[in-house]
Design a protein around this ligand. Sequence first.
Ligand code: PLP
Length: 353
Amino acid sequence: MAEAENLIDLRSDTVTLPTEEMLEAIRNAELGDDVYREDPTVNRLEEMAAKKMGKEAALLVPSGTMANLVSVMSNTNRGDCVILEAESHLYWYEVGGLSVIAGVLPWPIKGDMGALNPKDVEAAIRPKNIYFPETTLVCIENTHNRAGGTIITPAQIEALNKVVKEHGLKLYMDGARIFNAAVALKVDVREFTRHVDNLMFSLSKGLSCPIGSIIVGDSKFIEKARKVRKMLGGGMRQAGIIAAPGIIALEKMIGRLEEDHRNARLLAEGLAKIEGLHVDLRRVQTNIVLVDVSGLGIDAGAFINRLREQGVLALSHSKRMVRMVTHRGIEKEHIEKALTIIEEAVKEIERSN
Ligand SMILES: Cc1ncc(COP(=O)(O)O)c(C=O)c1O
């Protein structure tokens, strides 16, 4: 345990633990059976979430992965074609649920820093023809995880939605970290939600809740999503214990994401100064930092193992890229210490080369 306390854990913002206030709220939450719609705490959180996002209704689900799956299934029919970004979480990290469970054909398109070009999307829409599946949905991710926490701006979403609507399709946003985007651009989150039909966001990442994501959209969509969630086994009973910290997250945890962004910047700029490492600073827009270690002649996995021995935890993004994420519990001093450790590790690697 003592060892764990000394670790600087930059693997993900999902490692955040609930605050004391959240634990207290869990203990005192008013509860009921949410499948019967009788949990007052869940009902309150869902109402709050819908209002905050400027949509009619919301639905609490256990995870971001389930939120994406439920949303795709509620926006499509089996056999439909779904356009998404080639490195999106939905396509990359969700065990192929899209194909296996939703039964849709994913149509991946490479984006620019995570953003889909509307012209590329338009070109990918299958014409109505006996040979083709029907394209019915376009998915975006905001912020874009594998692109480095990059922001898809409200103007980009609006432009994409214009094309999407011209073709009668729906636009869905995996907004797991949408509050990071809103805080970074200092705009109301509704600027980002205005031009999508529906979306999800996570409570369990930078907002520090132990569990949960929320789907938001119009009432009819959420009604369908509620049934799909039940089918997938995600209908929960006294889910107020999950919703209670969610309410605190929406009331109190959004503004502090700015601190995570400042720390990510500090980390990125520090890493960029270390010879042998490369950071694309344009991508460091929120709380994720990607660092290219290929200049050291070792791969990301080996670099991460070196750092782990020195008490810094990071994740592999690809063979050459390491991902580091800032979050509550990581202070400026941790970043400074991590930078010293990383600089030392790089020197040692170069000495042994
Ligand atoms: C962009 C994005 N979408 C969805 C998810 C899935 O969330 P969960 O881990 O709660 O299933 C993640 C998780 O990291 C994510 O980064």
